[in-house]
Design a protein around this ligand. Structure first.
Ligand SMILES: NC(=O)c1ccc[n+]([C@@H]2O[C@H](COP(=O)([O-])OP(=O)(O)OC[C@H]3O[C@@H](n4cnc5c(N)ncnc54)[C@H](O)[C@@H]3O)[C@@H](O)[C@H]2O)c1
Length: 438
């Protein structure tokens, strides 16, 4: 049984630690956030992630998974330490690596035996080398360590399944010993013949950024196609469906919408651009994907304002959906943020509802009205806007929406409402890339 510490118990650390315990390892998840650890020790999950509680409970019950704020002790007692702390956007779009380097220092000071230091956080190309140097320079003993870059590809909302059944595991390694130990850590996947791609550290670091930036690019591309569809009277869904049937293209990430958000694509694309600039290279495709995404978010605001003849002052807008996508409570970089900012900035009021994202959005907008259900949000509002594709919004009772709204005006930034029903009911509406019903 491998003894593992996962440092950072957020969306990635908690799911990874739980998944690694499910693979049969002995895992302690640690964090500096005492509140988060207290919740976990009390059998409560601090984030909304479908299916996570069941796997946490199973592994806690079997004694394979525990939670602690004693990071030093956990490091000393483990052979493999995963770094899963946040790497938020820092200055000039670069990733802020303060937390990663702080953990590296702590590992160095507690290197009481041979250990594997394995980074799961998304870190710019070249960070592995810096972590190795920090540990080499700060360690107080002759004990050795091996470094592994093991980027994580899970998606919030489907994180448990993604971790337990990944498309591939990437290991950027510095020694054969590390490969042997990591293969054992991921043994159930290894024997299931999940592709395990073993490479050097910079290649592994690059794989993560290249993958995320490509997906971001795909989203920006379909959003621009959607905008063009509006101009020519084409239906972007039919376009995307036909494009996606081509095996070379694939239907994934071809959904037009209000622009990508979340904790990864916005910061990872900027970090890749920052890295390329530092190296005197350019990555124009990704630079443009970021620009297109910013425009897309503003375009949604303009669409709403146009529906209201640019008369927002004193109007109340029902914002349905706050999280950056459905099935998560994560609101980081959500398109709903700019929408709310602009409504408030132009003298409007917001009544918001989201099945899971309200607690997090309250930290950004404490003073808007949060409602317990979509009906209360829509009641007497001047217009509604759908920002997140939650299932309960797909099935909105549009007759009821019309009755509750002051005037039947709705913006559907996720294209989840039936256009023919909206037309039949006499709504004034807009969406993304679909001007015609057929
Ligand atoms: N969220 C995703 O979907 C996703 C997917 C793949 C990769 N990633 C990457 O994984 C990393 C973590 O992302 P996240 O979404 O889990 O972030 P998060 O903000 O949810 O969690 C980070 C955790 O690290 C803790 N932390 C910060 N400094 C610490 C320290 N010095 N010691 C111990 N704990 C510390 C924080 O308290 C927090 O609980 C990032 O690099 C991110 O880019 C995220």
């Amino acid at each position: 049984m491998n003894k593992i510490t996962v440092v950072g118990t957020g969306y990635v650390g908690l799911v990874s630690g739980t998944g690694l315990a499910d693979f049969g390892n002995q895992v302690v998840c640690v964090d500096i956030d005492t509140e988060k650890i207290a919740l976990l020790q009390n059998d409560e999950i601090p984030i909304f992630e479908p299916g996570l509680k069941e796997v946490v409970d199973r592994n806690v019950a079997h004694g394979r998974l525990s939670f602690s704020t004693n990071i030093e002790k956990a490091i000393q007692e483990s052979e493999v330490i995963f770094i899963g702390v946040g790497t938020p956007e820092g200055e000039n779009g670069e990733a802020d690596l303060t937390a990663v380097f702080a953990v590296a220092e702590l590992i160095a000071k507690n290197l009481n035996d041979y250990k594997i230091v394995c980074t799961k956080s998304t870190v710019p190309i070249g960070t592995g080398e810096k972590i190795i140097n920090i540990i080499e320079q700060s360690k107080k003993t002759n004990n050795t360590f091996d470094y592994v870059s093991n980027p994580e590809f899970l998606r919030e909302g489907a994180a448990v399944q993604d971790f337990l059944k990944p498309d591939r595991v990437v290991l950027g390694v510095t020694s054969e010993q590390a490969v042997k130990i990591l293969r054992d850590v991921y043994r159930p996947l290894y024997i299931n013949e999940t592709p395990i791609i073993t490479t050097n550290v910079p290649t592994a670091e690059m794989i993560k950024y290249a993958s995320n930036a490509f997906l971001a690019l795909k989203i920006s591309y379909i959003n621009e196609i959607a905008n063009l569809c509006e101009a020519v009277g084409a239906d972007v869904h039919t376009v995307a469906k036909a494009m996606g049937s081509d095996g070379r293209i694939s239907p994934k990430f071809l959904h037009p919408g209000p622009g990508f958000g979340g904790s990864c694509f916005p910061k990872d694309t900027k970090a890749l651009v920052a890295t390329s600039k530092k190296l005197n290279e350019t990555i124009r495709t990704v630079e443009k994907a970021i620009e297109v995404n910013n425009n897309q978010k503003s375009r949604m605001v303009n669409k709403l304002f146009n529906l209201l003849d640019n008369d927002i002052d004193g109007k109340t807008i029902a914002v349905l959906g706050l999280s950056f996508k459905h099935m998560t409570d994560d609101v980081r970089e959500s398109a709903a943020i700019e929408m709310i900012e602009k409504i408030l900035g132009n003298g409007g009021n917001v009544k918001a509802y989201d099945p899971e994202g309200m607690a997090n959005m309250k930290k950004i907008f404490p003073d808007i009205i949060y409602c317990n259900d979509w009906e209360s949000a829509v009641q007497s509002a001047d217009a509604g806007v759908i920002m997140t594709e939650w299932h309960e919004f797909r099935g909105l009772d549009l007759v009821k929406v019309k009755d509750l709204l002051k005037s039947p005006i709705i913006l559907d930034t996720r294209n989840i409402l039936s256009m023919s029903k909206l037309i039949d009911l006499g709504f004034t509406f807009d969406n993304v890339g679909r001007k015609s019903v057929l």
